[in-house]
Write a protein that binds this ligand. Structure first.
Ligand SMILES: NC(=O)c1ccc[n+]([C@@H]2O[C@H](COP(=O)([O-])OP(=O)(O)OC[C@H]3O[C@@H](n4cnc5c(N)ncnc54)[C@H](OP(=O)(O)O)[C@@H]3O)[C@@H](O)[C@H]2O)c1
Length: 303
């Protein structure tokens, strides 16, 4: 069992982890449960969520886990979860914006019921709507928020005239752009929190590469199973270690501009967490503001 010195901060706290039904998010939830946090797990598939909770309880028998419903690719689903949490009125002290998809292996661009490109809405816009919807619950306790990015966001570019990839689409391009957009949301959330005195601690992280998660199912289905097995065994971080950068982000004390936590190995692909400067693309304050304004137009913020 890996151990990590940042566990103690989570004891007795309420944490919310998106994407906790699989992969890295399940392991983030496991670490938090082991540390004694009460963990809210909003999932899009309850049965899968139950199985994930059972897996967590195998190593954390006393885990306090609560499943909730959330499909980040539907604004009505995000709004329903926001209402449920706000009606309950309990502060959320730790939040990990982790759920994510990459449509590698799928040639066609997918559009959600709300009319947005699927990766953009799942990875960025849905999290924007969720985090701002529950902002009163986060502000109530000076919450710490970890924003799960990707090494693929380094060097990515937002094409402001075609953020949804309607004119030119590629699955990897859409993913990189959605992850950069999510990171910029984190940067602007931290800036506004510092300016308005919201008291939030927002930090960025990415897990390196974790072939042992369930990400990119369409690509996996195209690859020889032996290649997938070998990649899982020898490449990158196992999900349990990949989860630790988000833990390090949650453990970091609040700062006016986000810090970034990544795996310490070569190119940030594997290894235990270390801190580094955010990618240059995330340092563009004007881009962060513009992204926020566009997202607020597309997913209006409930006061
Ligand atoms: N694995 C890597 O190599 C890697 C590299 C860089 C960054 N990341 C990032 O790490 C994060 C976790 O990825 P992972 O590798 O753990 O992937 P994963 O095993 O596929 O897990 C993704 C999680 O996100 C959830 N999710 C997907 N779409 C959703 C939606 N519409 N609404 C709510 N939840 C949704 C999934 O739910 P279901 O169980 O229902 O599918 C699952 O719980 C992602 O943000 C990803 O971009 C991963």
């Amino acid at each position: 069992m890996l151990s990590h010195p940042t566990h103690a901060f989570a004891a007795g706290r309420t944490a919310l982890v998106t994407g906790g039904s699989d992969g890295i998010g399940l392991e983030i939830a496991r670490w938090l449960a082991l540390a004694g946090a009460r963990v809210l797990l909003p999932v899009r598939n309850r049965e899968k969520g139950e199985r994930a909770a059972a897996r967590i309880r195998e190593s954390a028998p006393g885990a306090r886990l609560e499943l909730l419903d959330l499909d980040l690719a539907r604004l009505d689903s995000v709004a329903a979860l926001v209402s449920e949490l706000r009606d309950a009125g309990e502060p959320i002290e730790l939040a990990v914006l982790n759920a994510g998809i990459v449509q590698l292996g799928e040639r066609r661009r997918s559009v959600t019921v709300d009319g947005f490109e699927l990766a953009f809405q799942t990875n960025c816009l849905g999290h924007f709507a969720l985090a701002l919807g529950i902002l009163p619950l986060l502000r109530a306790c000076g919450a710490r928020i970890a924003v799960q990015g990707s090494v693929a966001a380094a060097g990515a570019r937002l094409r402001w005239g075609d953020l949804q990839g309607a004119q030119r689409y590629g699955a990897f391009r859409a993913y990189r752009s959605s992850k950069l957009a999510l990171g910029l949301f984190g940067v602007e959330l931290a800036r506004r929190s510092a300016a308005e005195g919201w008291g939030l601690g927002v930090q960025l992280c990415h897990p390196g590469i974790a072939p042992g998660s369930a990400i990119a199912p369409a690509l996996r289905a195209l690859l020889p199973p032996e290649l997938v097995r070998t990649a899982t065994a020898y490449l990158g971080n196992p999900p349990r270690q990949a989860a630790l950068t988000a833990l390090a982000a949650l453990a970091a004390p609040p700062t006016a501009s986000p810090r970034m936590f990544v795996p310490a190995g070569p190119f940030g692909l594997a290894g235990p967490p270390r801190e580094r400067a955010p990618f240059a693309e995330l340092e563009r304050a004007g881009d962060a503001r513009l992204l926020w304004e566009l997202a607020a137009r597309w997913a209006p913020i409930r006061p």
